[in-house]
Design a protein around this ligand. Structure first.
Ligand SMILES: [Zn+2]
Length: 471
């Protein structure tokens, strides 16, 4: 089985069962709903065979104060400890999302010239004071909280380009250097803690590692436990290079899902239905055959039936990488829906399988870049790299509403990735699925089939809204 079966938060409230509509993403609120939701989610992950939970936003999404410690109130410390207890009570390891020289240092960089280079979001890697501050953060987190590991995030906010930092021949040298220094410091203090690096920011999206870069990645692998080629907009390790890389690699190598829904923070949880277990099965089976032994799968609110079935099917596959997608789906339906007979099981499994097929038959993976801002996802700038080759800009991560904003957003996925004909076919297919969901509900009434039917009804409403907006 896969060694590290990681559910990726990726932010604290991304998997929350109730939406947060009045706060911009990423909300790091910890209230009763957050805790209740985490309790249910962690119980589910345990049942589904995951063994780690990697999460950002536990302590802060804002700037660290200069002394680090006073950033976090005593109340917050208590709440964070409650969260970690919940994770541990279900046998999962907690991997803490740690910004390395970036993420959370904007305030310190603004106030302290000694760490300031050319990037207002990333401390200068050549300043001794930067390293001292980084260590203070690690000391605080490791000594205050019972975390089992660190996700080192060094590269996705860019780097310092000052005179001194030009000594690094390449960006990868730069990121490897600060990751390695940080990893060694943590190892020195707590040899047992897991260390994870993902590739976000290591290259421009759309690029892939060449032979020299693969050698650099191999060097970093000796310093850490887990290396994730995240693939938000395509993976960096070419398929033909992967087997060779894993054959001589210091860390466990893995990817994310291949395709995933980025959870819409402000939406009702029954507003979409995009199961993607067959797509993920294909991606993760290939990873396993290439020598991958870990993966980091993006969590979603599991009271969305499509997210729930996908996460369970993936968990079953990770425990038995030779299992078939059909068998896993049948088993997942049995675990979640307790069908009265085989006919009912097949009915429900068929709805999920066909819902996935329907979505991928009707969308277009390439973005519609001519859309007005109001009908798009608000992250067009992230795709600037693909101006020359727009066909490369495919999810990866898939946004349903605009990532940023207040209040439930417009269903931009139905305009950005569907044309008028695709929406018509999606509507037709969804109507058929609704009739089938109602038949399943008539055969065996249950709350989870009610939720499934609600999802389909809500998608139909959103298709109408998208058509109206495009008319
Ligand atoms: Zn510098």
């Amino acid at each position: 089985m896969f060694k590290y079966r990681i559910a990726y938060g990726c932010w604290l409230n991304d998997s929350r069962k109730l939406p947060i509509t009045d706060e911009d993403w990423p909300s790091i609120r910890i209230d009763e709903d957050t805790l209740d939701s985490l309790e249910e989610t962690m119980a589910f992950l345990e049942k589904a065979g995951y063994n780690c939970f990697d999460v950002f936003g536990l302590i802060t999404n804002h700037s660290w104060e200069d002394d680090i410690v006073s950033t976090v109130s005593p109340e917050r410390v208590q709440k964070v400890r409650q969260v970690i207890d919940i994770v541990h009570s279900h046998g999962l390891k907690l991997i803490y999302g740690l910004g390395v020289y970036s993420w959370g240092f904007d305030g310190i960089i603004g106030r302290n010239a000694a760490v300031r280079g050319t990037n207002p979001q990333a401390m200068c890697a050549s300043a001794p004071e930067s390293e001292a501050i980084m260590r203070r953060v690690i000391d605080y987190v490791g000594e205050t909280f019972d975390v089992d590991g660190f996700h080192l995030e060094a590269a996705d906010q860019g780097r310092c380009e000052c005179e001194k930092c030009r000594r690094f021949a390449t960006d990868i040298d730069y990121y490897n250097d600060i990751n390695t220094r940080t990893a060694r410091y943590i190892r020195g203090k707590w040899p047992e803690k897991l260390l994870l690096v993902n590739t976000s920011g290591y290259l421009r999206w759309g690029d892939t590692f060449d032979a020299a870069q693969l050698a650099q990645i191999r060097q970093l692998s000796r310093e850490i436990d887990i290396f994730i080629d995240v693939g938000s907009h395509g993976v960096f390790v070419r398929p033909e290079d992967r087997r060779g890389l894993t054959a001589d690699f210091g860390a466990s190598f893995g990817t994310s899902n291949g395709f995933w829904i980025y959870p819409p923070q402000r939406w009702d949880r029954t507003r979409w239905l995009i199961p993607h277990m067959y797509q993920n099965h294909d991606m993760l089976s290939r990873l396993w055959k290439d020598g991958g032994t870990c993966c980091e799968l993006y969590l979603s609110p599991l009271n969305n039936p499509g997210a729930e079935i996908t996460f369970l099917c993936n968990g079953l596959l990770l425990q038995d990488p030779d299992s078939s997608a059909d068998d896993n789906l049948n088993r997942a339906v049995e675990m979640l829906y307790a069908p009265v007979d085989t006919a009912q099981r097949d009915r429900i499994a068929g709805i999920f399988g066909d819902a996935e097929k329907l979505f991928f038959d009707c969308w277009h993976p390439q973005r519609d870049r001519a859309l007005p801002e109001t009908l798009s996802d608000g992250v067009e700038h992230v795709f600037a790299w693909s101006e020359v080759h727009p066909e490369l800009a495919q999810p990866g991560e898939f946004f349903l509403e605009r990532l940023f904003g207040i209040g439930p957003g417009f269903p931009c996925y139905l305009t950005l990735h569907f044309d008028v004909d695709g929406r018509a076919r999606y509507r037709e297919g969804m109507r058929t699925l609704l009739a089938r969901a109602e038949a399943a509900r008539a055969a065996q009434p249950c709350e989870c089939l009610d939720r499934l039917a609600s999802c389909i009804e809500n998608v139909l409403k959103d298709i109408d809204a998208a058509d109206a907006a495009m008319a």
